[in-house]
Ligand binder design. Structure first.
Ligand code: ZN
Length: 340
């Protein structure tokens, strides 16, 4: 294609098809296209020379911001702020949930948090960790969580290859039991902590009010079955058999809202004296932004305490190099075509 020859491409993976389409068809077609959003028109001289995909990128950023503001108005109330110890109310950045399963030890019966680690932050000498509160009254029960600094009380790993260790009785429970509980829909979840934006960094705390926000039912539930491929796709082994089960209810509401807003935007822009295909191009790139959000905002991501960041989940985890490498031909193709 870069040599200007007719090309036929095919892939079984719809994501790969769409990425190829966007990079090889859509971007070169709109190379050097000026942006049409009102802000850029004001900001740049009408004779400004737009090169490569910079004009399209301006539009994607502008309309992306617009969608973000609209989404805040629609669903911002589902994300209430937290109150810090100094009395300030600040926005929440991250929610730390634990899936739990009942310990099968008849003398215990505690809801075991199935987490890799209770450490929230570990930078230099500073450590924040979650401490589960266990009530030992005949049987053991999980009362809740607290956030502390210093060395964590629960030592060692909770989940390993051999199974999950119960924090109350120390028994190691093998994975087949957890899977069986998952298939029987007996895995529950509890909020362990939140991280909040203090303006200077992150604060870690437990706020019981934050747990309620997750109970709202989404209108849109993508009950699309996950592929049966136990070697590469493990959620079905734990009873999560469709896409909706990979997300919290609030996350589904957020994606539904963002999708609706993109569709609304497309309808609003149509007829605004702009090439219909160019509007479609903007919409394709905005939908890539939602795809990227889904990679980071689902119920199976992990947390990196040293970087204080959540890690993404999907296919790119193993192929980071391919992923960034994929972007390179995009710019090359745009530039070469222009030169020609
Ligand atoms: Zn136990």
């Amino acid at each position: 294609m870069r040599m200007g020859l007719p090309v036929i491409a095919a892939d079984l993976n719809p994501v790969a098809v769409l990425i190829n389409k966007a990079m090889l068809e859509i971007l070169p077609r709109f190379a050097n296209h000026p942006p049409f959003n009102p802000d850029s028109k004001k900001k740049y001289h009408p004779d400004h020379k737009w090169t490569n995909a910079h004009g399209l990128a301006e539009d994607v950023r502008y309309y992306g911001r617009l969608i973000n503001e609209d989404a805040k108005k629609r669903i911002g109330h589902l994300y209430p702020p937290v109150t810090l110890s100094d009395g300030r109310t600040v926005p929440v950045l991250t929610y730390f949930w634990a899936r739990t399963v009942q310990c099968p030890n008849p003398a215990c019966g505690c809801q075991m948090p199935l987490v890799g680690s209770f450490i929230l932050k570990k930078r230099g000498k500073e450590t924040y960790y979650v401490s589960p509160i266990i009530e030992r009254n005949g049987k053991n029960s999980l009362k809740g969580f607290e956030v502390h600094t210093g060395e964590p009380e629960v030592k060692g790993t909770i989940i390993s290859k051999s199974g999950a260790r119960c924090i109350a009785c120390n028994e190691v429970i093998a994975h087949p039991y957890i899977r069986q509980e998952g298939i029987a829909k007996r895995i529950s979840h509890r909020l362990m902590a939140v991280s909040a934006d203090t303006g200077k960094g992150r604060a870690y705390l437990f706020d019981p009010n934050q747990e309620q926000q997750i109970l709202i039912e989404p209108k849109w539930i993508p009950e699309i079955p996950l592929a049966h491929n136990p070697k590469n796709i493990s959620p079905p082994l734990y009873g999560m058999t469709s896409y909706d089960q990979l997300f919290t209810k609030r996350q589904l509401i957020a994606y539904d809202t963002l999708n609706e807003l993109i569709i609304k935007l497309r309808l609003e822009l149509t007829g605004e004296n702009v090439n219909e295909d160019y509007i479609k191009a903007v919409v394709v790139f905005l939908s890539f932004a939602i795809d990227r959000l889904a990679d980071f905002n689902n119920s199976l991501t992990t947390w990196k305490p040293s970087g204080e960041q959540q890690m993404h989940l999907y296919i790119f985890r193993q192929s980071k190099t391919t992923y960034s490498g994929q972007y390179r031909p995009l710019w090359i193709s745009v530039r070469r075509r222009v030169q020609r």
